[in-house]
Every structure is written in C-alpha cells, then in structure tokens.
Design a protein around this ligand. Sequence first.
Ligand code: NAD
Ligand code: UDP
Length: 338
Amino acid sequence: MKKILVTGGAGYIGSHTCVELLDSGYEVVIVDDLSNSELEPMKRIKALTGKSLSFHQVNILDKDALNAVFEKEGNIDAVIHFAALKAVGESVEQPLRYYHNNITGSLTLFEVMQDHAVSKIVFSSSATVYGDPETIPLTEKAPIQATNPYGQTKAMMEQILMDTGETYDWDVIILRYFNPVGAHPSGEIGEDPNYPNNLLPFVSQVAVGLREHVTIFGDDYDTPDGTGVRDYIHVVDLAKAHVKSLEKFATTDQETLVYNIGTGVGYSVKEMVETFREVSGKEIKTVTGPRRSGDIATCIADSSLANTDLKWTAEYDLKAMIESAWNWQSKYPNGYKG
Ligand code: NAD
Ligand code: UDP
C-alpha cells in the first residue's frame, strides 16, 4: 500500500483529500501544526472511512521535527503539500509572515524530502497566480502575474518546484484550484474558518443566523449582473483531483505538470446567494458595498487539460455544491465546535 504524507491534512481541502485517499486504499500520514485547524476532523476522517491514519502535530518550519516524522514513518511514496497561510487580505498586512510560512516552510519540507529520497509531490496552487486575466476561460498557458503576497508565494513555490523537478528529477504536479466550496456529503467534515475570508462561508453563516447580512463587494463589474463571477469547484471533486494526480505519477516521466482545477462554469455573487436561498429556504440578507481591493470581475477555468491528462472531471453542479455546504453548516452551525 502506498504511503502519502499530507501537510495541512487537518485543514479544509486536506481533510477532504485524506478521506478520498483512505477510500482509495492509500495510507495517510498527516503533518499539521493546527494553526488553522483542530484535531476533531481527524476523528471524523477515521469514522467516515473506517481506516486509521497517522497524525503529527508539527510545524513544517521545524526541520528537526519534520525529519523525525519522515524517519519514524519511513517509506513515504509521495507528499501532498497543502500547509500554507491562505488569506489574501492578511497577506497584504503581514507579508513577512506569509513569505516565511509559505516559502521557508515549503523549502524546509523539500529539503527533508530530498534527504529522504522522496521525490513525488502534488502542490496546492491557486488561480490567484493569474492575477487579472486577459482571456477567459484561463488555460495553464495564461501569464503568471500574481498581485498580492499570498499569490506571490504560490507563484514562487511553483517556480521553485519546477527548478527542483528539473534538477533533482522530481515528479511534480501543480494543481491550480479555482474557488473550492462545499463539504463532504455526510456533513461530518467541512470548512470551519475562525473568521471567513470567502463568499460561501459568509453566506452559510448568515443562513444559520451567526451573521446579519452578506456584503456584496461591488455590483458595477463588467459582468451580466454586475457582481463578480467565479468558477466554484466542489471540495470533494477537488480532493479527487489529488488522487488522480498520484495515479498520474505512475504513467509520466515529465518533471512538472500543471493543471487548472475548476468546472469551466462561472457564477456571480448574486447567483450564489440566490441558489443558497433556494437550497436552504432561509432569507439571506445582502447589502451592496464597495468593491474589495484587488478583486477582479471574472475568473473561470479551462480545465480540459486535467480532464484529458488526469482523467478527472468535476461531478458536482452548483446546487449540489451548495446543498453540501448547507448540510454541513446546518448540522454543525459552529463548525467543529458543535
Ligand atoms: P486551511 O487553512 O483549511 O488548511 C491549511 C492547513 O495547513 C491548516 O490545517 C493549517 O493548520 C496548516 N498549516 C498552515 N501552516 C502550517 C505550517 N507552517 N506547518 C504545518 N501546518 C500548517 O486551508 P485550505 O483551504 O484547506 O487550503 C489548503 C491549500 O490550498 C493551501 O495551500 C491554500 O493556499 C490552497 N488553496 C486554497 C484555496 C481556498 O479557497 N480554500 C484556493 C486555492 C488554493
Ligand atoms: N464576495 C462578496 N462578499 C463577500 C466575499 C466575497 O461579494 O463577503 C465576492 C468577491 O468579491 C468575489 C466572489 O465573491 O467576486 C468570490 O470571492 P471569494 O473571496 O470567495 O474568492 P476569491 O475569488 O476572491 O478568491
């Protein structure tokens, strides 16, 4: 059985990916410092899959501790690297913290991988590396022009991995996620932010009465209804793209492969809120505010490369995405705290 080390495996996307990995027969080792997550998802992953996993509360910046994990676990076949700070606004306020955690943390991880002859890695990148796109939908060939420190860390990590892949003959798969939403269909794991950064967690929290209204960040964009359009992708579909990436390693000798992971369909902020109203039956109050600094009008993926090359396609439509988000939020209004 193949053993996969998952950094950030206790987080939102990582926890869903661990479920898919265990269900697909992989052995899972999680490394997470719990800086943006907690222990509870680990229990739920085990309950959902009926499988055990190995968890290490370790900061990837701590090279000795990371080395000890690789030594103790032995025979790690590949790494899936989620661990990162991810809030765009916070990255503008705290660039050094972001560069240190995301770049130095990743470099430390890669050095430890190199020391232990682990040479396969799937890396979490983001559509944010494209900045304000010139052409929609976005293919992987679109220029990289990140506009904030968070996006820069992703662009830099991509470059570091490309160079590493080439020089050390690593197998690297970079997945550029579009807008992950939704939760596991069981409603047992989902997104549990301390303070939401993204649209859907805000809408969910308004629906359960934790917040009074959703602010629509601008309705004067050059889009059909004036609000921002994004390509939302169900987190379980996204998780499955990681399993497909591991399968891809067996059939390729290319050093670095890059894939957009989205649905190819865009929805506006108003469409998202309206669908949430229909699914939940809740009144969701909105207030139109100014544009959020740094936001773009439209971001939609061309994921045809992932469709053909990874043999991956998104299965959940918008309604199913929002139903799963509502199922999780209504079952656990306060997330993992109950
Ligand atoms: P998350 O915050 O829920 O998960 C990240 C996990 O990494 C957390 O559990 C956190 O505790 C851990 N972590 C952070 N720094 C660490 C460190 N130094 N050492 C050990 N653990 C550390 O975030 P997520 O939404 O699951 O995102 C996962 C990855 O996907 C990130 O790399 C993120 O940048 C990327 N991504 C996310 C989105 C999104 O909208 N959620 C979009 C594109 C890309
Ligand atoms: N958005 C909004 N109100 C919010 C959060 C987000 O109107 O409280 C809009 C944002 O302007 C963008 C879309 O929703 O058009 C998706 O934003 P999100 O932060 O979820 O993802 P992004 O694409 O910015 O990474």
